[in-house]
Design a protein around this ligand. Structure first.
Ligand code: SAM
Length: 225
């Protein structure tokens, strides 16, 4: 089912095309939700003070994990996926809605690049950090080389397992859905000089719902201290 679109600018309509698809094989509005373990893993290694804006919140897969960890989250999206405030085109916003920005942005047709640029412009004012879940292939590209060199992330977390499936529905996943590899890219506030990017490997396995449920059961039985 197509999500309800509240309002779309001319520019956004021309990017997304009929049914909100960048191409017939892509999901409407690039809706590929983030499995919660990817965000839990990030919060295991990173923390911040101040509110967080999830500007492409979808069904709240990232926002809910942030909230569960005690963050004050402002969740918005271009379209209504049933979570957060809909009808907010991030790329057309003029004012930041929180100090930090964390999202898995829409990809394709330069959308993710535009999200990164916009997020860095906002946090230049708020003094916050930016965390974006990106396809690792997108880091190695002639069109992005200069911008990464000019404004390098402070750290890139290479996730071992993270599958952002079409509409979050495993039944519609294809072989390609499982071939994508993801990283969290973190940018510091503009005032913090970053000359080299740290690369760190991060496993999502300890943060899946199954792993957490298993740990809880073991704790209840007293076999885990
Ligand atoms: C890859 S999905 C990720 C959803 C959510 N961030 C998550 O991680 O589960 C991309 C999301 O971007 C939203 N989106 C696309 N273009 C947007 C725009 N210009 N402004 C705000 N949200 C947008 C889509 O509706 C979709 O929910």
């Amino acid at each position: 089912m197509l999500p309800a679109v509240l309002q779309l600018s001319e520019e956004r309509r021309s990017v997304f095309g009929p049914g909100g698809r960048l191409s017939p094989l892509r999901e409407p509005f690039e809706f590929y939700p983030t499995p919660p373990e990817a965000t839990r893993a990030l919060l295991w290694v990173e923390a911040g003070d101040g509110g967080v804006w999830e500007p492409a919140c979808g069904q709240g897969h990232i926002a809910k994990v942030l909230e569960a960890e005690g963050y004050d989250v402002t969740a918005t999206d271009l379209v209504d996926h049933g979570y957060g405030r809909a009808g907010v085109d991030f790329l057309e916003q003029r004012l930041p809605r929180a100090r930090h920005i964390v999202t898995n942005p829409p990809y394709g047709r330069g959308l993710a690049d535009a999200f990164v640029r916009k997020a860095l412009a906002f946090t230049a004012h708020t003094g916050g950090r930016v965390a974006m879940l990106l396809n690792i292939q997108s880091l190695c590209h002639p069109d992005r080389h200069a911008s990464f060199v000019r404004r390098p992330p402070s750290v890139i977390y290479a996730l071992d397992q993270c599958h952002c499936l079409p509409g979050g529905d495993a039944r519609r996943a294809t072989r390609r859905s499982y071939e994508h590899r993801y990283v969290w890219c973190l940018w510091e506030p503009e005032t913090v000089p970053v000359t080299a990017t740290r690369l760190q490997w991060l496993s999502t396995a300890p943060f899946t719902n199954v792993a957490i449920a298993k740990r809880n059961t073991q704790m209840k039985k007293g076999s885990l201290k």
